[in-house]
Design a protein. Structure first.
Length: 267
């Protein structure tokens, strides 16, 4: 019985991931679709493993092999979470070693000595804006401010917090089909959302120009997929559409809790 629960969870998770990843529709539709397809399969497997652990290896339907396999699933997931948390904590500690400077027209940021032109949000719930000296040298004040407002939008949406947990589920399901494709789709939608919010503070045209300039300074050649994503971001900015509305969590994620219904019927 316990082995059947795990096998069904694995089969359903694999089937959900085999559904084609499509980049069509409005922002909210794409977000809900990609989020459900990334999150539901690993959560379904984790909940099935939790149900097997709760029911234990004894009883008429007990199975010691399935019990220890379920424990292994959670140990691996816990180890992955611990490793990602340790990496994030180390990054935050290193970040505090760099000076804080004030950018006119924006505010305080952490300055990192690097020739690679980039800006980012780093942290967990309360993230900090980080800017490399290389970016400050490459962009004028207007375009630099536009990039920093884009990063501030990530902070407003708490993207570092939510994508930490999504990154954990991505790590847990990296062996399932289409994990990279779904992850890239969510990253693109995250950037589109931040672009639109930043466009309320700065000119969308200036932000689009800054994106083109920073893309041209990348050390590695731009891949076809990255070029397509950049094109979509620029087209969305030039279309001057309003920021996407808050999208509720897809109800399909609740489907991952179904394995817990097995617990009351265990004997």
């Amino acid at each position: 019985m316990h082995g059947v629960v795990l096998a069904l969870a694995l089969g359903l998770a694999w089937g959900i991931r085999c559904y084609p990843v499509t980049a069509t529709g409005a922002w909210g539709q794409r977000w809900r679709r990609a989020l459900a397809q990334l999150v539901t399969p690993p959560l379904f497997i984790l909940m099935a493993a939790m149900a097997v652990i709760w029911m234990g290896p004894t009883g008429q339907m007990g199975d010691p092999i399935s019990f220890w396999l379920a424990r292994g699933v959670w140990l691996a997931a816990g180890a992955g979470l611990g490793y990602l948390g340790w990496q994030g904590g180390r990054t935050v500690r290193r970040l505090k070693q760099h000076p804080e400077v004030t950018v006119p027209g924006f505010g305080p940021v952490r300055e990192i000595p690097s020739e690679v032109p980039f800006a980012a949000q780093m942290g967990f719930w309360h993230s900090q804006t980080v800017v490399a000296t290389g970016l400050q040298q490459c962009l004028d004040a207007e375009h630099l401010t536009a990039v920093l407002w884009h990063e501030r939008a990530h902070a407003q949406y708490r993207d570092t917090f939510w994508f930490f947990w999504l990154g954990w589920l991505r790590w847990c399901s990296r062996w399932l089909p289409q994990t990279p494709e779904l992850w890239q789709e969510l990253l693109l939608l995250r950037e589109l959302r931040a672009d639109r919010l930043a466009a309320q503070k700065v000119s969308p045209l200036v932000l689009a120009e800054a994106l083109l300039q920073t893309a041209g300074w990348q050390a590695s050649p731009v891949t076809v997929g990255a070029s397509d994503r950049l094109t979509e971001r620029i087209e969305a900015l030039l279309a001057d559409s309003p920021p996407p509305e808050a999208s509720p969590i897809p109800w399909t994620i609740a489907f991952s809790l179904l394995p817990l219904l097995c617990i009351p019927f265990h004997f």
